[in-house]
Design a binder for this molecule. Structure first.
Ligand code: SF4
Length: 91
């Protein structure tokens, strides 16, 4: 299981500060990766990020509405095919 950020994300970033394993990173470049993303291999499913999001854009993957299921793969792809943690260095 993992938590997933989906398309309501407004790049507020408050979720980053509370994550105990630092697995939430901003999408860079923003035009290509417009949200923040959660690394599913590092997320420990603590749920701390959920109440921090001002627009409720984070859910456990099993609670995603059908229309948002695709975002699970998208979050994972940011770390496998996108810049992943390297984005933090250029933040
Ligand atoms: Fe980080 Fe916990 Fe949110 Fe996973 S559920 S992204 S570990 S704050």
């Amino acid at each position: 299981m993992t938590y997933v950020i989906f398309d309501l994300c407004i790049r507020d970033g408050a979720c980053v500060d509370v994550c105990p394993v630092d697995c939430i990173v901003p999408g860079i470049p923003e035009a290509e990766w417009p949200w923040y993303y959660i690394d599913p291999d590092t997320c420990i499913d603590c749920g701390a990020c959920v109440p921090e999001c001002p627009v409720d854009a984070i859910l456990p993957e099993e609670d995603l509405p059908a229309a948002q299921v695709y975002t699970t793969e998208l979050n994972a792809r940011y770390f496998s095919a996108g810049p992943g943690y390297a984005a933090l260095a250029s933040k």
